[in-house]
Design a protein around this ligand. Structure first.
Ligand SMILES: [Zn+2]
Ligand SMILES: [Zn+2]
Length: 258
């Protein structure tokens, strides 16, 4: 199995997975980027997986389907170009001979889903769209802090070596914020240095792993005493025993952070 992040727009990655001549792509916001990736490697597109309805994830879906005949899978209850096989948490999608488990991860959008493959010929694979980023998480456009916290808890509970394929290269700016939250986190300091070197060479920082994110991502660490203390020091009127309120205050802090 070959996994390639195709860069698109400012900072999107359209994840292309292929085995032999058959390929699938996740969240193709731009059809031309995918078509040229397919041409270069002489691949045939078999399936398109969509995590949520935002245009930078769906803009190329209709053109790609027309050009390739690929089957489109997308979340039930979100506006998507038809025809589309609608999926929801607990469903299974089979593509490239692999089984992908659909996980409901509301928060960034109301119907956002993630796709998890336990047996991808190597460590497991997670396509999580705009829910989990390396060092951060998506903005809460349609969901509540409690929903997003629950969604991230589900992803953080996946096997530690799971490859986390996020839809944006936001890592460096996320890690600047993470350092403000947890200045004493040694693993975070080392990870930030490694990512700065990767980006200086124009190399993606992704995929990340579940174990890495559990060590460095403040949005997976809101129950750590140091993270909770930092949030409470920054946002006065928050009940420190209310996990969703602490998470929401952390997200608000990130929204204001420059
Ligand atoms: Zn989005
Ligand atoms: Zn996006």
């Amino acid at each position: 199995m070959n996994l390639t992040p195709l860069p698109a727009f400012q900072d999107n990655y359209l994840w292309l997975l292929h085995d032999g001549p058959s390929a699938l792509v996740v969240d193709p916001g731009d059809a031309e980027v995918v078509l040229s990736g397919l041409r270069q490697a002489a691949l045939r597109l078999e399936a398109i997986l969509v995590t949520h309805h935002h245009a930078d994830h769906t803009g190329g879906v209709a053109a790609l389907r027309e050009a390739t005949g690929a089957v489109v899978y997308g979340p039930a209850g979100e506006p998507l170009p038809e025809p589309c096989e609608r999926v929801a948490g607990g469903d299974q999608v089979t593509a490239l001979g692999l089984k992908f488990e659909v996980i409901d991860v509301p928060g960034h959008t109301a119907g956002h889903v993630a796709y998890y493959c336990a047996d991808a010929g190597g460590s497991p694979l997670l396509f999580c769209g705009d829910t989990l980023f390396s060092g951060g998480c998506g903005r809460l456009f349609e969901g509540t802090p409690a929903q997003m916290l629950h969604s991230l808890d589900r992803l953080a509970a996946l096997p530690e070596d799971t490859r986390v394929c996020c839809a944006h290269e936001y890592t460096l700016s996320n890690l600047r914020f993470a350092r403000a939250v947890e200045p004493g986190n040694e693993k975070l300091i080392h990870y930030q240095q490694a990512c700065e070197q990767l980006r200086a060479r124009g190399t993606p920082t992704l995929p990340s792993t579940v174990s890495r994110e559990r060590e460095v991502n403040p949005f997976l660490r809101t129950r750590e005493p140091a993270v909770r203390r930092a949030v409470l020091a920054c946002a006065g009127a928050v009940d420190g025993d209310d996990e969703a309120a602490v998470f929401g205050a952390l997200r608000e802090w990130k929204n204001r952070f420059r």
